[in-house]
Design a protein around this ligand. Sequence first.
Ligand code: C2E
Ligand code: MG
Ligand code: MG
Ligand code: MG
Length: 284
Amino acid sequence: WAKSDGKGRWALFDPDRNATEVAQFHLSAKMPAALERDEFYVDYQPLIGLRDFNVVGVEALVRWAHPELGRLGPDRFIGLAEETGLIVSLGRWVLRKACLQAKQWQDEFGAAAPFVSVNLAVRQSRDPNLVSDVAEILAETGLAPSRLQLELTESAIMGTADEPLDALRALSRMGVRIAIDDFGTGYSNLAYLRHLPVHELKIAGSFMEGLRDAERADPVDARIVGTLVDLAHALGLTVTAEGVETQAQARRMADIGCETGQGYLFARPGSPEEITTFITDHLD
Ligand code: C2E
Ligand code: MG
Ligand code: MG
Ligand code: MG
């Protein structure tokens, strides 16, 4: 009967929506204790050099081993953690965990060790303690600053006050790499990009769609991707293609000079043990 009252009322009484909201509420309420109880864990996904297929880097991707709901992906809880503010402590936890793991790879593989790339939420990029937290974690874990990359989306970097930029400059001076994540999906001020302390562009996986098959490549997608890579190189940045699922995509990206690729074609996100094996198998 609620439906016949019109759209607004229907939305109010929609039992599914209500159930979802209740579930989300429970999830966000449970997150602080879950962090205490070590229910979160980090998987790693290789970033592959498109010329030699070495593991150049690994992206740290957080997951939640929820006692009742099973494994939850970040899309289920990162947004909630941003809303409640827990993202700042969760993000710091991920950063420490990832740096500890990367230090182990640094010890095991020496010069061939991959850097670890850690996602920063918008709220973390505006956290006044960001720079001191990163410095402290690097000192504490013994990871070389050049083996840490921080990924921020365009919205976290662009069109904001000066403080986040100052923080990025300080991190960059420390030797930490800065990457723009999901590039091409947000609001980018290209002129501004030139003055940012950024080292790498990660081209969003959505641009790979039109390059799925070599024979049926979408000419517009192909040109957009080619232009993004040229732009990045003109700015002195390296490029990673995200969401590489087919050989055709990997070949096309290599042909246009994109340095690294990330995607299911090469490897899915995996445990530290799985990734250690993967790195070993891909050494020269
Ligand atoms: P992202 O940073 O763009 O990470 C890449 C996402 O694409 C990952 O999803 C990865 O599993 C997925 N992916 C990798 N290769 C392929 C592929 O070939 N095809 C497709 N379709 N997908 C692929 P995941 O792990 O579910 O993470 C989703 C997003 O959650 C991330 O997107 C990132 O924005 C966020 N996230 C993950 N971990 C963290 C974290 O520690 N902190 C913050 N703030 N955000 C995180
Ligand atoms: Mg990322
Ligand atoms: Mg991305
Ligand atoms: Mg994303």
